[in-house]
Every structure is written in C-alpha cells, then in structure tokens.
Write a protein that binds this ligand. Structure first.
Ligand code: ZN
Length: 188
C-alpha cells in the first residue's frame, strides 16, 4: 500500500479492521509509519461474472459489468459528499435488484430505470444529474435504433414505432363571470 500523503510504499500499520454494513468488504483504518497520517482501505471480493448480458444503446450485446454501473453512479455523485463505501453499497443494491428481475439479458434502458429508482431515494442531486446525463442521449430515434438493430439480427420483425402524438391539450377553462353576484341588500 502506498501512503496517499507521503507516497511511501509499504509502511502502513493497520489500526482497525471491520466489515462494512453489508458484509461485502473489509474496511481497514491505516496509519503511515513514515508521515503518521491516517487513511482507509477496503478489501472486496472480486465477484464472479453473473453471466448477465446487456443490450447496449449501440445495439451491441456485452457481458454485464458492475464496475461500469458503479462508474456511471460515481459520475452522477462527482464532488458530492458521498463516500466510496456508500457508492459501493448502492451499486450492490442495484445489482441485486437487477439480478432478481433479469436472469439472462437486460437492456440499458432497464438498467437506467432500476438505477434511477434507487438514486431517487439515495441523493437528490445525483438523481437529477444521472437523469439529465441519460436524457442527453435519448430521443425517440435513438431509443428505437438499438431495438431495430437487435431485431434485424433475429428473424423477428422490428417493433412498430409508436408515433409521437402530441399530448392533447385541453384549452384552459375560461371562468365565466358569475352574473348572480349582485348585491341584494335591500333591507331598509
Ligand atoms: Zn505517509
């Protein structure tokens, strides 16, 4: 381990070791014996590939990569006061949710939907950032394109594009002036 302060290698003393809340990592508090600064390290299991495939925006299909999921969340949390442990726990929760619902393949849109649901409860600003980063790429054509690429490689016909009907707008109801509002104070 290289000290993040004085950059000297292999001179840390472990002061404390304990599992994280979800027991998926060991958190170690270390003290550099050169500069005496303290820092934290995490030891985690390198999780085996679940075999889950992702249908990407480009139409390509790739193995699911937890690190990419975490990176997309970390980008949304950039410079927010959120610790790596919280990010890791959140990623684990999302992954667990994904694996409950999808056994073989998931589309990037489903990943987005599950992630955004968790982020909404996790941190408001990260939620807004994640949503806006996603929206930047999305329009109807881009949403349909990967599906068409996907279906064109199989024998199934492409999905029928639902036409974007403008939302029917109800004209604002004009409030009629009430003619009965005449004062009837005729009492002498
Ligand atoms: Zn040091």
């Amino acid at each position: 381990m290289r000290c993040p302060f004085c950059k000297k290698n292999n001179c840390s003393q472990v002061l404390d070791s304990r599992p994280t809340k979800n027991y998926k990592a060991i958190r170690r508090r270390r003290k550099c014996q050169n500069c005496l600064q303290r820092y934290t390290t995490y030891e985690r299991i390198e999780e085996p590939n679940s075999g889950l495939l992702v249908l990407k925006r480009s139409g390509k299909i790739q193995p699911f990569d937890k690190r990419k999921l975490k990176k997309s969340i970390a980008n949304a949390c950039h410079k927010l006061p959120i610790q790596d442990e919280a990010l890791e726990n959140l990623t684990d929760d999302i992954l667990q949710n994904i694996e409950q619902q999808f056994k073989q393949q998931i589309s990037y849109k489903n990943i987005y939907q599950i992630t955004i649901k968790h982020l909404k409860k996790f941190h408001k600003m990260a939620y807004i950032r994640y949503a806006s980063a996603y929206m930047e790429f999305e329009n109807l054509d881009e949403l349909l394109q990967p599906l068409q690429v996907f279906f064109s490689t199989t024998t199934e016909p492409p999905p029928t594009a639902s036409t974007t009907e403008p939302k029917t707008q109800h004209p604002p109801q004009t409030q009629k002036e009430n003619p009965n509002e005449t004062k009837e104070n005729k009492n002498p």
